[in-house]
Design a protein around this ligand. Structure first.
Ligand code: PLP
Length: 375
């Protein structure tokens, strides 16, 4: 297991006088989050671009960073890969003409406030608009953090009613915002309600709490989630430096409670768009008992051009993984289709040629093999 950071090594501008016990209390972390220029300035050497962006950021997506996550950031390096994910930059005020407020077309598929029904047998339920910290590449920045006019007001009765009436739905994905910010008792009641619906077979939660606020992953939370098995957790992780000793402890605790873990990673330019970052990320996830699930092409969210790579970058990363490392370490690369087509897998081309009687296939090392079309 990676070393945990010693509290005595954390500067007091971040530690804010916390005792060990306070630091490990997730409510202390949330109450002491970094959400203002003076606080951030005391902890980091802000660049002009960052400082200017902080003056504007609050209009688009709030800034808030837990002391724990801030302690992982290099205070002097504006290019730090963790820092760029949570500290705004003036680049996010540039909106490309290809960009949208709702790039995945969720609002069009909202069948009740907060409930998105895109695929035949599963739904997305937005449980809250709050997160422990806000990602600058957030795909749901139009509703998340509560600073825009577009407020998320999930209508729980209408959502449960819709799911009850639609017997084809067998899978409910809770996301937001971060559902694990809700109190245990509230999560328990939401999950109990879903579990009381006979056709719901499978539950899952999308969360970044193990990365931003691992202190929240208490035994009591794990026991609550476990009650509603099968329940999978998809953890949003973008960089191996996020998988600290604290994050690993949180993930292993979830796994020990029988909660299967998957990951979701967003491909981000200058942050993780390199095989030298991607490979150790997936290897480290497996060590933390997380099975890499999706690698997302960065959505066309407004103000995200500086984060976006080409599709070829993602394809090259998958090519460099497939065959070269454990299949378990390889996520599926997907594009969430602009305008609302859902997730589309994008793969390197392993079929080189197809004739009437055979296909020519390329293996991971570039060697060619033929396979008959008719058996
Ligand atoms: C991602 C997503 C799901 C779940 O998709 P899977 O491919 O099953 O993980 C469901 N509904 C919506 C709207 C989604 O965006």
């Amino acid at each position: 297991m990676n070393q945990k950071t010693l509290l005595t090594d954390i500067p007091d501008s971040i530690r804010q006088g916390a005792t060990q016990e306070e630091w490990e209390d997730y409510t202390w972390q949330l109450r002491h989050s970094f959400n203002s220029i003076p606080k951030l300035e005391a902890a980091l050497r802000l660049s002009t671009e960052e400082r200017n962006a902080l003056l504007h950021a609050a209009e688009r997506l709030a800034v808030s960073i837990t002391p724990y996550f801030l302690s992982l950031i290099d205070p002097d390096n504006p290019c730090d890969p963790l820092r760029r994910q949570v500290i705004p930059h003036m680049d996010e005020t540039i909106v490309g003409e290809e960009e949208m407020a709702d790039p995945c077309g969720e609002d069009d598929r909202m069948v009740a406030p907060g409930l998105v029904h895109r695929y035949p047998d599963r739904v997305l339920l937005l449980a809250t608009d709050r997160c422990a910290s806000y990602c600058r590449h957030c795909t749901r920045s139009r509703v998340v953090s509560g600073v825009t006019d577009h407020k998320l007001r999930t209508n729980w009765d209408a959502a449960f009613d819709y799911i009850r009436r639609h017997t084809e739905i067998r899978d409910v994905l809770l996301s937001g915002g971060d559902p694990l910010l809700l109190p245990d008792s509230r999560l328990d009641s939401i999950l109990s309600e879903l579990r009381s619906i006979p056709h719901i077979e499978f539950l899952r939660i999308g969360s970044r709490i193990p990365i931003f606020l691992p202190q929240r992953i208490t035994d009591s939370l794990c026991a609550t989630l476990r009650k509603h098995a099968p329940l999978f957790l998809s953890v949003h992780v973008n960089h191996p430096s996020e998988l600290t000793g604290e994050a690993e402890e949180a993930l292993v605790r979830l796994a020990d409670h029988g909660i299967p873990l998957g990951s979701q990673t967003v491909l981000l330019k200058g942050i993780n768009d390199d095989i030298a970052i991607q490979r150790p990320l997936y290897h480290r996830l497996l060590q933390c008992r997380v099975r890499p699930y999706y690698l997302y092409q960065c959505d066309l969210i407004e103000g995200s051009r500086h984060f976006r790579t080409t599709l070829q970058t993602g394809i090259d990363i998958i090519s460099a993984l497939r065959g070269h490392t454990s299949g378990y370490a390889i996520p599926q690369y997907v594009v969430d289709a602009p305008g609302g087509g859902g997730k589309i897998p994008v793969n390197p081309d392993y079929i080189v040629e197809q004739t009437d009687d055979h296909v020519t296939l390329r293996n991971y090392a570039g060697q060619l093999y033929t396979y008959p079309l008719f058996s």
